[in-house]
Every structure is written in C-alpha cells, then in structure tokens.
Design a protein. Sequence first.
Length: 361
Amino acid sequence: MTSPDPRPLTPATRCVALGRPPHEPGAPVNPPIVLSSTFVHGGDHVYGRDSTPTWEPFEAAVGDLEGGRALTFASGMAAAAAVLSLVPHGGVVVAPPSVYMGVLTLLREAAEAGGIVLREVDLTDAAAVEGALPGADLAWFESPSNPLMTVCDLPRLLAAARAAGVTSVVDSTFATPILARPLADGADIVLHSATKYLSGHSDLLLGVLVTPDDPRGADLHERLHHHRHLHGAVAGPFETWLALRGLRTLALRVERAGASAATLAARLEAHPAIERVRYPGRGAMLAVEVAGGAEAAERVCESTRLWTHSTSLGGVESQLERRRRYDSEPDVVPDALVRLSVGIEDVDDLWVDLEQALGAA
Ligand SMILES: *Cc1c(COP(=O)(O)O)cnc(C)c1O
C-alpha cells in the first residue's frame, strides 16, 4: 500500500488498505487463506504453530493501527495467558478489582495457587496505583473497563509503570485502535480480544498482542512469540482471514455504533426505569443499572426482540446481558447492571425495542 500524498493515511483508510497483496496485474485483491500445517524447507515458514502466511496480513494491519508489532492468538484469553507468562514465579501483578471477568479469574486463581502475588488497586485512584507499582513485575490496565465502563488516566498510569520499571499491558478491547493508541501513551503491550470489535461479526474467537517497535518491544515480542509457539494457543488461518475481512469496516462500525450509543445513553438517562447510566462519552459500549434490582434487570434482558440476549460484544448486532448472572463476576459489579453492546442497526429501532423491554420490567 502506498500513500497518494505525503500525509499519513488515516486509520479509517488503513483499516481498508493494509494487509493486501501488492497492486500487480492479475494479483488477488485479498490475501489468500493458506491451509497448510507445514512448509517446504528453506523458506520463510517452517511449521504452522510458529508462523503461517495467513496471520501476516492481519498482524501487519493491526500492528500498524496500534503503532507496533502484532501477534495473533487463538483467543483474547490465550493472549492474556501469554502476557501473564511474562511474570516470574512469585512475581507481583498490579490489577484493578474489576476487569474482564476471565482475566480477573486468571489472575486470582494464579494468586491463590501461589504463582503470583496480586495487588488489587482502583485504577481511578492514580496515587494508589503509583503506590502499588514499586517492586511489581506487571501492571494490568483496562480502559474503559468491562463491565463497569471505568476510564482511567492511562498516560499518567503508564508513565508511572515505566518509571517503576514495571511491564504494562492495556486491554484495549472496548476502545479499539480507532479511539485509543495505548502504545503512544507509553504501554508496553496492547491486548485485544479480536473476537469483539476488530472482527466485528460475532463469528470467531481471536486475540492479539501488540508491542512497540523498539528494543524493549522487540524483547517482549520474542518472549510472547516463544510462549505462543510452545503453548500452542495459535489462531486458525480461517479465523484470522475472517478477522481481517471484518477489520475493513472497523472505523465505520465504531463511528456508527458509537453515535447510536451516545444517543441511547442520553435517552436512557431520562428513563424512569434506569437508576444509572455508565457511558464514557465515546465508544459503543455502555452499562445501565435498572431500577428494581437483578430480577427487573433480567426481565429487561429477556424482553428485547431486536437486541440479542447473549454474552460477548463488539458485533454488528446489538447485545445485552446482566453481568452478575455469572458467579465469577465480582460483587463490585452492581447486581442490576446490564451491559449493552450497541450494534449498527437503526438507532430508533434499537430504542423502541429497549423502551418496550424497560416497560415490561
Ligand atoms: C472478551 C474479552 C476478553 C477475552 O477474549 P476472548 O476472545 O473471549 O478470549 C478479554 N478482555 C476483554 C475486555 C473482553 O471483552
């Protein structure tokens, strides 16, 4: 891909243009899917657990959007487990008491088993984070967080982690590379569940880690690549190909769904059945606390017709779910909290459905 003028191409254009074969006569417009576990000796690829041609265009595109080098994993959790593998036995991890439930469980179980020491600290209290960092090995950040929609001062926290010599990771799944660039803010690793916005159609599981293009980033890239190779949580070529196909529309989807989320957040604020709206002002995720507690919240979820009552998020279709239905969702998450992932449907159709569901509750 070459830029037609010296201006850097915008993320919206790069989503479309990156990771394509060269513009040559007869070349395909899209990269092919290569289904082969092994490769003839002497070339760039040896064995499919180490590298495969179909990962490369997707990794090149996501790496460029985040401003670093990307590695694809079988899922967001496989990527999270790879990051945790950087911590030595008995090492210290600083993390908030509410992040994505799977990550929280991974960290807490590692701590219970004695593998790590977990220092839980509220990320909105920057001074407390700064106090917890000295002597730590890894700092785990997520902003906005899942499902409380908490936003933290990433540039400040990342600078503090760097100053304390602590490796930092930012789970940027909710923000997407369209709304945040954590590496530019000083992160060592950016994590995405590409299952969500990057692929965008709720039809695959995939994870990505991105590290900066500098010597420190190169070292982390090597260690994470080594982990992927030996633990084997590798992405399938078809999933990776589909994710790149979905990435083409990322900027459009984030723009459209984000505008609808802002409209819905304002309307929900004014609705008598809603006690609190958690919306960080941008992005397509929000959470509401329904008046009448868990039962009323469940009734809302069960009463929608257009919105899908299902877990997960970041797809073209709108989804909602009461998070405390899961035992492992910590009790800092209110019982009546319903997480909404706004899709790209017509905003008034979405509102009419939500209103009737709130009426039913
Ligand atoms: C879904 C999710 C994950 C885990 O990703 P999977 O692809 O489901 O393994 C991690 N972080 C956040 C914020 C998520 O929403």
